[in-house]
Design a protein around this ligand. Structure first.
Ligand SMILES: Nc1nc2c(ncn2[C@@H]2O[C@H](COP(=O)(O)OP(=O)(O)O)[C@@H](O)[C@H]2O)c(=O)[nH]1
Ligand SMILES: [Mg+2]
Length: 353
């Protein structure tokens, strides 16, 4: 069992060393632990510190955002032959000591995906402003509704993926990947579980960049999530818009009718007749779009199945190249992982929003 630990880091020279030092050297049920730091175009010594600590580093040529770094990390770990992939932040907020606890459901065969939750156990809830807590709750509710199951935390990046779940995963968001990946995996029928973990409320050093501004993070994360819902639940998404438009239109027409029944006149609600008709027509168009989007959704599903089969073959072939005939994973670093100063780009094209 190969464990690939991927760490997202953007200018984390002060904390990345500590995080790497805290990673368990051995874990029961795991034969080999490989640590990959994804340096998202850091301008400080993040890369140098990670290499000094013996980690493998993949560097983006410039800052591409956490979502892009996530795609690179998953790609890197799959190429390196990881059977389980754990993702954590390089800022020290996610405790590396909890990795065995996080991967236990995967090792035990209970789930193909586990995400740490900050909010399931009241004793472990980190200190955060009430508004952040509320934002987190709302995001978890919306994500849970779309997934058809509940989550207590949809925004924590401390997660474990089986090789199969990681190959199935296909996300697009540039700024963040946390909610979208839950939806993607849930809709693909991957077995998921939440593991309560004590997460630091604030970083050890410096300022939080991803979620520090609630309004900015909220709108960006919500936009990513809404587009993900549109793609994965097209009938409900456009049908829902159609229902809202149709209800407004029908309401306006009913108001005119009721007024007519009572007074025998359409005034002063005469304009409602036209307005209601416009809404009803728009509603009907939305239902048509819903049907078309549903068709596209089915095509997407077929394409995703093809992509999954192709990726599985591709990554398993690559991982095989680094395995000895006796089945042992070589300790040599695959050439796509940067050691020293060579510039390496990930195989998956970077998607940046
Ligand atoms: N790849 C990438 N990672 C980032 C970026 N900004 C922050 N990170 C990393 O993502 C993790 C979370 O970022 P952080 O600033 O702590 O935001 P938080 O989510 O509010 O805690 C840390 O490991 C950062 O190093 C970025 O632009 N790109
Ligand atoms: Mg952080």
């Amino acid at each position: 069992m190969n464990l690939g630990i991927v760490i997202f880091a953007f200018n984390e020279e002060r904390s990345i060393g500590g995080v790497l030092d805290r990673i368990p050297r051995s874990i029961e049920g795991v034969d080999r632990i490989q640590v990959i730091v994804v340096d998202d175009g850091s301008t400080d010594r993040t890369r140098a510190v990670a290499l000094e600590r013996g980690a493998q580093v993949i560097s983006h040529p410039g800052n591409k955002g956490l979502g892009a770094a996530f795609a690179t990390a998953i790609d890197g770990a799959l190429r390196a032959g990881a059977d389980i992939i754990v993702g954590l932040d390089g800022d020290g907020q996610h405790p590396p000591e909890a990795i065995p606890q996080l991967i236990a459901p995967l090792l035990g065969g209970q789930a193909d995906f586990a995400t740490a939750t900050r909010f399931a156990d009241p004793a472990l809830v980190p200190k955060m402003p009430l508004l952040n807590r509320l934002g987190n709750w709302l995001m978890a509710r919306i994500t849970g509704l779309a997934c058809g199951r509940s989550f207590t935390d949809a925004a924590c990046g401390f997660r474990a993926y089986s090789r199969d779940a990681a190959i199935r995963l296909n996300v697009f968001g540039g700024h963040t990947y946390t909610q979208e990946s839950l939806l993607d995996l849930a809709r693909k029928g991957v077995t998921m579980t939440e593991v309560p973990v004590a997460i630091r409320g604030v970083r050890e050093h410096g300022k939080s960049r991803v979620a520090h501004n609630l309004v900015r993070y909220g709108t960006r994360a919500l936009a990513i999530l809404l587009r993900a819902i549109r793609d994965r639940l097209p009938l409900a998404f456009f049908g829902g818009i159609g229902i809202v438009l149709a209800v407004v239109g029908a309401g306006a027409e009913l108001a005119v009718l009721a007024n007519f029944a009572l007074t025998g006149k359409t005034s002063p609600y005469h304009s409602f007749t036209i307005l209601g008709a416009i809404f009803l027509i728009l509603g009907a168009f939305s239902f048509l779009i819903a049907l078309l989007a549903d068709m596209l959704g089915r095509m997407r599903e077929t394409q995703e199945t093809m992509l999954y089969l192709e990726k599985r073959r591709y990554y398993d072939d690559l991982a095989q190249q680094y395995t000895d005939p006796d089945g042992q994973q070589q300790v040599t670093v695959p050439p796509h992982l940067a050691v020293g100063n060579q510039e390496v780009s990930p195989a998956v094209p970077l998607r940046v929003e």
